[in-house]
Design a protein around this ligand. Sequence first.
Ligand code: URA
Ligand code: SF4
Length: 229
Amino acid sequence: MNIRREEILEELGLTPLWHTRTTDTAVTSSHQASATDARRAQVLRMDWTQLKTSVADCTACPLHRARTRTVFGVGDENADWLWVGEGPGAEEDASGEPFVGQAGKLLDNMLAAISLQRGRNVYITNIVKCRPPGNRNPEPAEAQQCEPYLARQIELIQPKLIIALGKVAAQNLLHTDATVASLRGKLHEYSGIPFIVTYHPAYLLRTLPDKAKAWEDLCFARSTMQALL
Ligand code: URA
Ligand code: SF4
């Protein structure tokens, strides 16, 4: 509608509210989109120190409200191996380190099974850096707000192989709704980096029969890395 016609209708008290409101919403969401894009571009230029500070101070999504502390990630910043989980649980929220609870003990055993050790050529982090209350899954919007941090971690680490631990990591990084069962056993890629999916250790603690499949995935990951080196 042109301005003149809108002014006339307004004077007559006939401005269609739905029209105004629709326009406002469109403007707001495009502003939000460009603010998100600008923030992402800024994060993607950060060095490690800036990135760590930004995460520690982040209030970009509602998960900041209930957190005790952010959980940035841990390990060798030049690691060949990058392991990505879902988000901090209670112990991680208390300590600031990923995978230190029950699931973390199993992850350490999974690493040991293929002769790896936390911090030695291994980096571990999560899709979201703040604990989702009650250990619920992160909402897609929360994962999206947090995504630039992980994207930058990956750019800085330049891992040779990424292992997604469970559905949340796999689906967010591969932009898919596919199940872990259908994604495992295949070589995927994230930004040109070879990418393998396996079960989340917390899931394996509840679903013992799938531990054998996780072992297959670990062997697949080990042989893939051997081929890449
Ligand atoms: N589960 C995760 O996905 N990440 C952690 O850091 C701990 C438990
Ligand atoms: Fe920021 Fe990520 Fe924490 Fe949300 S989860 S507040 S985006 S650091």
